[in-house]
Ligand binder design. Structure first.
Ligand code: ARG
Length: 460
């Protein structure tokens, strides 16, 4: 069979091979192909409908693009390295497949508005996947809070035991963080939901195009209002990185707690064998590698945010080739987020807490000192004075090598005559239940917060 002629690259025919190698993006932007094909099909239908190209040519182009998409899906499409990017690859393949009509696809379009369109579709897709992924992750946190509804733990400030809290209250703190992250991804989706196609290279196009039609074919809410902005703008990429960086930061903080809590010094948490690795030489170890990797990968996701901000800061309007650098970091952060949210959703139901040990720790370390001060306040002592009296009491207990519950009433009274027998009833549970304010750790408040969280998630 005679080999069909390979069309030359419309942009790189005379390029030095080193320059081509330096400037090509096809090795990574190939993954935009589903968006590129959808964008091209919508564009072609519009060209046909508007009489800018003949209807039969439009049909041939659409069929050709669909065939190319099947090849790309099946991994039988041969990507040409001599063609700069996926957009030129698809167009060249179309010309091989359907002949001259293929050369009409790029009418009334530039790669500048084309690539901006593809990237917006990518960002919308991934922002949507991440809002859904975060909802699933939040459900797992809620499940865990429900499973350990009665468990208490020391709440920390400065990583010092501060006041006892319910474990569920601590876990629901993460649900709040991921709520904000989901809101950021939703906003990112909304801001990306603007169609650039129709802006041409930068000035618009001299054809009677129907942008609203293309927008509705591609599921864009609006069309861009300024062609120069449309091809220059990558704010939506920055927005994605911003949401990604904060989400990773939240995951990384939880990862840090998994690392701390699963070590013998805390001993709050037992990692499931399926999410921990052993050591080749130390048989007692269960290493929290998944948590550590998430914590570590947060660094590169932050880096991607800084990289795109820096790439954009000096660019004159409108399109500059620098903008090609928007993709690798975006793909990397998107993939890292999807996989990190996914692996945490899988790991969280497997976490096992040592509730006895946590309860013991919750009462230790003089964590009830604030409750003693509050006790005196209820008897009329100004808080600052109560604080001072209890500080002396704690110093006395420390000196005597006793915990607060081991002190006799007579010892309490040395620091304030207002201490009465009921002081001996102040324990961890009492402390927790006394914080009965909206947002507080009292069990009825936490139960309500859990219910509200579930309701919000169901409505998202
Ligand atoms: N590969 C380019 C990118 O990803 C496509 C746009 C090229 N446009 C241009 N005028 N050279 O940004």
């Amino acid at each position: 069979m005679a080999r069909k002629k390979r069309p030359e690259s419309p942009t790189a025919a005379a390029l030095d091979p080193r320059a081509l190698d330096y400037s090509a993006s096809v090795s990574y932007d190939w993954r935009l192909y589903p968006y590129d094909i959808r964008g091209s099909i919508a564009h072609t239908r519009m060209l046909g409908k508007q009489g800018i190209i003949a209807e039969d040519e439009a049909t041939a182009i659409v069929n050709g693009l669909e065939a190319i998409e099947s090849e790309l899906d099946a991994d039988t499409f041969e990507l040409r390295e001599d063609l700069e990017d996926i957009h030129l690859n698809i167009e060249a393949a179309l010309r091989v497949k359907i002949g001259d009509a293929g050369a009409r696809l790029h009418t009334a379009r530039s790669r500048n508005d084309q690539v901006a369109t593809d990237l917006r579709m990518f960002v919308k897709d991934y922002a949507g996947m991440l809002t859904a992924g975060l909802a699933a992750l939040q459900e797992r946190f809620c499940d865990l809070a429900e499973k350990y509804a009665d468990a208490v733990m020391p709440g920390y400030t400065h990583l010092q035991r501060a006041q006892p809290v319910l474990l569920a209250h601590h876990l629901l703190a993460y649900v709040e963080m991921f709520d904000r992250d989901a809101t950021r991804f939703a906003l990112c989706h909304e801001l990306a939901d603007v169609l650039p196609l129709g802006s041409g290279a930068l000035a618009g196009v001299p054809y009677p195009i129907d942008r609203a039609f293309v927008a509705s074919e591609l599921g864009f809410e609006r069309v861009s209002a300024n062609s120069i902005d449309a091809v220059s703008d990558r704010d939506f990429v920055v927005d994605f990185h911003h949401a990604a960086a904060l989400t990773m930061m939240h995951l990384s903080r939880f990862a840090e707690e998994i690392v701390l809590w699963s070590g013998p010094e805390f001993g709050f948490l037992r990692l499931p064998a399926s999410f921990a690795t052993g050591s080749s030489i130390m048989p007692q170890k269960r290493n929290p590698d998944i948590a550590e990797l998430a914590r570590g990968r947060t660094g590169r996701v932050y880096g991607n945010l800084m990289a795109i901000l820096t790439t954009l800061k000096g660019l004159p309007l409108s399109y500059n080739r620098d903008l090609q650098e928007d993709k690798e970091g975006l793909f990397h952060s998107a993939d890292t987020l999807i996989s990190t949210v996914g692996v945490f959703s899988a790991m969280i139901p497997e976490l096992e807490f040592d509730t006895e040990r946590m309860e013991e720790a919750a009462g230790g370390g003089y964590a009830l000192a604030t409750d003693l001060a509050d006790y005196l306040v209820r008897k009329g002592v100004p808080f600052r004075d109560a604080h001072k009296a209890v500080a002396s009491l704690v110093a006395h207990a420390q000196g005597a090598g006793k915990s607060l519950s081991e002190l006799a009433l007579e010892e309490y009274r040395r620091f304030s005559p207002l201490f009465d027998k009921d002081i001996l009833g102040i324990d961890v549970r009492w402390s927790i239940e006394s914080r009965d304010v909206p947002g507080g750790t009292a069990s009825r408040r936490v139960r309500r917060a859990l219910k509200e969280a579930r309701k919000r998630l169901a409505g998202r």
